[in-house]
Design a binder for this molecule. Structure first.
Ligand code: ATP
Ligand code: MG
Length: 383
């Protein structure tokens, strides 16, 4: 999960990494009021989860509260590379001498962490990396020892950061490392890490990606409602694994492997999955109802493919689940054709239950390929 800059900076502050301060506004008036509380000038920054905001016009310096309000007015609603700015961060403008780059990330290929640092930070770091790669040092971090003062010094040395402030930089690197480990991040990036006129080192930008598998350890870091895919958060709240894709066939299956194969057969049948949902092993009536409810709420869905291989949960229980789900969905269960393929444990009994229920939306196909073709055909004819 990517964090907004202001959320990343909150984590920085919690671990003692110096940040400019300031606050988030969702209206121009609010931005003006925040600016009025701060030392002038201020910087008004679009909060979008994409880099290059400065170059896109999403970052503006304002000499006073009225200008801050006007800049916020211009930035709020701005589309930056497909991301709409719904809020702005208003913070004091720092007088800076130099801009550096520092990052920690998970280096999967080497089964370790990687530190990256450069004396040439700022908005053109991508260009530095491309044209003078030696200016961006890569420093493997042993996960068992991590980053202490000694390692932090080595990183700063290798990156050629100025001697006079290496101690300050090393201190910030150690704190950023704590953000990485204690907040379960997979990426912590600061660009720029700025050197101020009075010899301080301060994080002017922050990009943090948290490991979602560890989110249960950080309940406070849950994304605010209304952000991200709404259906995804609804599914998550119900403990379901729902992923949005960009096709037209809704896919429900039990077990990750079967769901992945189902996506393949849908593609093979010439259609594209609109989403997929793994209802897991215990496909109870409630889980099926929740799952179908979510899949049918996706406006892109034209047909649904339910592909279940009965194992510990037998097909008759799954069929009961589908019938109960459609009952509880009422009208909403009638919108789109639902192709069901049941196989495995008690498949015959399950199919009989569905035949008897004779729900008008449901049609059964005994094989996976056949069911995918039927779902693809129905999606096409609905388009
Ligand atoms: N509080 C601040 N005080 C002074 N200058 C700032 C401040 N915040 C940002 N800047 C300036 O604006 C530039 C761009 O800001 P920032 O790095 O936050 O956004 P960005 O363009 O999205 O960067 P990236 O592409 O790295 O995501 C910085 O390199 C810095 O020069
Ligand atoms: Mg930046």
């Amino acid at each position: 999960m990517d964090l907004y800059e202001h959320q990343a900076k909150e984590l920085f502050a919690r671990h003692g990494v110096p940040i400019p301060g300031g606050a988030v506004a969702t209206t121009p008036e609010e931005a003006g009021a925040i600016a009025a509380e701060l030392a002038m000038p201020v910087v008004v920054k679009a909060q979008v989860k994409v880099g290059g905001r400065g170059k896109a016009g999403g970052i503006k310096v304002a000499p006073g509260p009225a200008t801050a309000e006007a800049e916020a007015h211009a930035i709020l609603g701005m589309d930056i590379k497909g991301h709409i700015a719904h809020s702005v961060l208003v913070e004091p403008a720092t007088v800076l001498l130099e801009e550096y780059y520092a990052a920690f990330l998970v280096d999967r290929a080497n089964g370790a962490f990687l530190a990256m640092a450069s004396a040439q930070g700022g908005m053109d770091i991508e260009e530095v990396a491309a044209t003078s790669p030696e200016a961006l040092v890569r420093f493997p971090i042993d996960p068992l020892t991590g980053v202490d003062q000694r390692v932090a010094r080595l990183i700063a040395d290798q990156a050629g950061l100025p001697e006079e402030i290496r101690a300050e930089i090393a201190d910030v690197l150690v704190r950023l490392w704590r953000v990485m480990v204690e907040e379960d991040a997979v990426l912590v990036e600061v660009n720029p890490l700025a050197r101020t006129a009075d010899g301080r080192v301060i994080a002017l930008d922050g990009k943090v990606t948290l490991d979602e598998n560890a989110s249960f350890r950080h309940p406070a870091a849950e994304p605010e409602p209304g952000h991200g895919d709404d259906l995804e958060s609804r599914a998550k709240a119900k403990g379901l694994n729902y992923v949005k894709l960009d096709g037209e066939v809704g896919v429900i299956g039990n077990g990750a492997g079967l769901v992945m194969s189902t996506l393949d057969v849908v593609a093979q049948a010439g259609a594209r999955p609109a989403n997929f949902l793994d209802i897991g092993g215990g496909a109870s009536a409630q889980i099926m109802a929740d799952g179908l409810g979510i899949i049918l709420s996706d406006p892109d869905v034209k047909s649904v493919l339910v592909n279940v291989f009965g194992g510990i949960t037998a097909c008759d229980a799954v069929a009961d689940g589908i019938v109960a789900a459609l009952d509880s969905l009422g009208e909403r269960g009638h919108g789109h054709p639902i192709v069901v393929r049941l196989d495995g444990n008690n498949a015959e009994a399950g199919r009989l239950i569905l035949s008897r229920a004779a729900h008008p939306s449901v049609r059964q196909v005994p094989t996976m390929d056949g069911a995918a073709e039927e779902a693809a055909r129905l999606a096409r004819s609905a388009a």
